[in-house]
Design a protein around this ligand. Structure first.
Ligand code: GLA
Length: 716
């Protein structure tokens, strides 16, 4: 059983167990909920074995809860640590004090602990969903107004995760447009390390994911790691707080800055889910658990088990100069290369001749498509591909019919001039009428032109002047209501068009969180398609998300973002790490390039089940000089794909060994390219030398080398 009820010193306690971990919860004398252990599973029946020494505050503050492992610190408790919940009552009373009401064990894997503050007439339900096989626990909080007065939530985070006094390092993901998902490791020192977003989306700048490990540990494959990922696509905050006794208080949830929620009598507020876990298999083990969660539990169910198609995207080839003839030509070339999904990007709609017009009008541009979209869609289908199209429904250009009719539908602050980003404004998706109008346009788009199989849903600017002057009471709710409204639209579209695939994009990877991945099948990882930069971006992305939700295109050289020239094969090998796409102007590719591309697409299809459905292991992280590698192992351990890269080499530097991971030690594995054989044990212990440079060559290039190896285990 995943959840055990028990008693500690006569008070209720619970042990949540997964395959290899446990989380222990217990009520203190005053009904405070403690979380004294989260980590390796002790296989202990006795809860006392898990309990730590309670940290000592100075005697005169012995009643204070600072430094204690609180599962959900609330403003009103005697502690000064970062709280999860702040509530205000009419008349000015602030702070809450909860008493325990009951536990509800809906089934062996779902625990709900119910608390109430009788004075505020406020309920608090802390939820724990245990995934034993994945070693993960999903936490959330539900806040209920059980009285007759409205209450005001000023902060409502998803959970707190306390760790005992020690020295820790934090791992977080940061960047900006075109350099998303840079992994940063730094020591946690007294005080708070805050990561988060207040830009409207989860953002390029920080990703709602964290990991913590004992100070100084670096190993990819071993060592204790605690980690979490928040399913929220709007403003969020993660605080890693080292308390005065060196205990760690980790909190995650909706960004408290400019958040408020009026909780009417009888109303309920649910926080986003926080998926958290512990492993002693290093950062790689943490990543694989999150990948498995997306694959087994979280992604939209209808396409969850389906291999993602090889796609073509028109953006870098035609930009805004989209028309029927150019797209049909690209589609024919794409089909010839083995592409399975053809996506027309920006430029096909309204007055969209450039980025100053058109957003808001999701109707086909009659000059660019005089015979409508149907012609292109049927040609794409005739060529045996699925058809996809780009939309950016949360945005509006002032030069659009929508804005001319409804200027008040964009976020605005009364009497102030709006700030433009990419010449566009953000529509107020908190408004039901705005959502209904956009949804209706999307319905027509998806119904009127033949079957559209896929949409790429973009979002290209951060939100400013986030106001709704006509609704003064809800100003601070807008941030949250927009995100919930967006999820509603995605849910409706998926229900009405069950065949539809949705790709999330926000100027690349600006909104790639678990919240999005509840409704979208995959994510456009970054607008930076440079193969060298991409190695680092994909490495960071894969810390939090599975290969099957990471879309990568092979584009032209010189690269649009960096001007760099990487060989076609290298670009393909990098893009093969997740969902392969092609995004170059393939009408300009030479016969030789097309032949190479056709063969590489074919090879990708061969390895795709292992890449998309297998387990991923980083053998060496990307570096500017020297080799890096990533490995994928099929679920049955019988097929292994190894991708090796070297952006730049050093003359005389010996080949580094790549110790393979996740193989069956006793089985023999055979490399397809040359028939070389070795045992799983040897490949894991000694590894493969990464000999990327062909020594037979008279002038071997040390740069831009890559290799794809396929290993198969002998049949037993
Ligand atoms: C964003 C996306 C790109 C492309 C353009 C179109 O930048 O990330 O892939 O769709 O918008 O305007």
């Amino acid at each position: 059983m995943a959840v055990h009820r028990t008693l500690f010193e006569g008070r209720p306690a619970w042990v949540l167990e997964t395959r290899a971990t446990s989380m222990v919860l217990g009520l203190g004398a005053d009904d405070t909920l403690y979380l004294p252990h989260w980590g390796a599973r002790g296989h202990s029946e006795r809860i006392a074995d898990y309990l730590p020494t309670i940290p000592t505050n100075r005697p005169s503050e012995a009643t204070f809860l600072d430094g204690q492992p609180l599962a959900y610190p609330v403003y009103g408790m005697p502690t000064f640590k970062e709280p999860c919940l702040v509530v205000a009552a009419p008349g000015g009373a602030r702070g809450a004090r909860f008493s325990f009401v009951e536990d509800r064990l809906e089934d062996p894997e779902h625990l709900e602990l119910v608390f109430a503050d009788p004075q505020l007439e406020l309920g608090l339900r802390l939820r724990f969903e245990v995934h034993p096989a994945l070693d993960l626990i999903v936490r959330s909080a539900i806040i209920d107004n059980i009285g007759p007065r409205p209450l005001s939530l000023e902060r409502a985070l998803s959970a707190a995760l306390p760790l005992p006094p020690d020295a820790y390092d934090a791992l977080t993901l940061h960047g900006q447009w075109a350099r998303e998902f840079e992994l940063q490791q730094r020591p946690l020192l007294p005080g708070r390390l805050v990561s988060g977003s207040s830009r409207g989306t989860s953002s390029h700048e920080a990703h709602p994911w964290f990991a913590v490990r004992p100070r100084g540990e670096q190993d990819e494959h071993s060592g204790r790691v605690w980690f979490g990922s928040l399913a929220w696509s709007g403003n969020w905050q993660c605080t890693l707080e080292v308390e005065r006794n060196d205990a760690l208080n980790i909190t995650l949830g909706i960004q408290p800055f400019d958040f408020a929620w009026q909780l009417e009598p009888g109303a309920t507020f649910g926080t986003p889910a926080l998926v958290c876990g512990f492993t002693d298999e290093g950062l790689g083990g943490a990543s694989r658990r999150l990948h498995a969660f997306e694959e087994a539990v979280w992604l939209p169910a209808n396409h969850r088990p389906t291999l993602r198609p090889v796609l073509y995207n028109s953006w870098e080839a035609t930009h805004f100069d989209v028309d029927a003839a150019s797209q049909i030509e690209l589609a024919r070339r794409a089909a010839d290369l083995g592409v399975e999904l053809f996506v027309v990007d920006d430029g096909w709609f309204g007055g969209r001749a450039h980025d100053r017009a058109g957003l808001g009008d999701w109707t086909v541009n009659p000059t660019k498509f005089p015979r409508g979209l149907g012609e292109l869609i049927s040609e794409v289908h005739r060529l045996g591909m699925r058809f996809g199209i780009w939309v950016e429904p949360e945005m509006v250009n002032p030069d659009s019919d929508l804005y001319r009719a409804h200027p008040d539908w964009a976020y605005h602050a009364e009497g102030r001039s709006p700030t433009f980003g990419r010449n566009q404004l953000v529509l107020n998706f908190a408004r039901a009428d705005v959502r209904a109008a956009i949804l209706e346009q999307l319905r027509r788009l998806l119904s009127d032109h033949g079957q559209i199989d896929f949409i790429k849903w973009d979002h290209n600017r951060a939100w400013t002047e986030v106001g709704w002057p006509e609704q003064p009471d809800q100003q601070r709710e807008v941030w949250t209501r927009h995100v919930v409204g967006l999820y509603d639209i995605w849910a409706t579209l998926r229900a009405e068009f069950p065949q539809l695939w949705i790709e999330s994009c926000a100027g690349g990877g600006g909104r790639a969180d678990l919240g999005v991945l509840r409704w979208c099948d995959q994510v456009w990882t970054s607008d930076n398609t440079d193969a060298a930069d991409r190695l680092a971006i994909q490495y960071g992305y894969s810390r939090a998300h599975a290969p099957r939700v990471m879309v990568n295109w092979v584009t032209d050289v010189p690269n649009e973002q960096t001007g760099r020239l990487a060989p076609l094969r290298f670009r393909f090998h990098v893009a093969m790490q997740g969902v392969l796409g092609i995004g170059g102007n393939i009408t300009q590719w030479s016969d030789d390039e097309r032949d190479q591309a056709r063969a590489l697409v074919e090879q990708y299809k061969q390895i795709r089940p292992v890449v998309q459905h297998g387990r991923q292991f980083w053998l060496r992280p990307p570096t500017a000089i020297g080799a890096c590698g990533v490995e994928y192992v099929s679920g049955d351990g019988a097929t292994v794909v190894v991708l090796l890269y070297q952006i730049r080499g050093l003359r005389g530097q010996g080949a580094r060994r790549m110790r393979l991971q996740g193989l069956a030690p006793e089985r023999r594995y055979r490399r397809a390219s040359d028939g070389y054989e070795s045992t799983g044990a040897a490949l894991m212990a000694a590894g493969l030398p990464a000999t990327l440079v062909d020594s037979g060559d008279r002038h071997p290039s040390l740069d831009w080398q890559s290799q794809l190896q396929i290993w198969t285990a002998e049949t037993r």
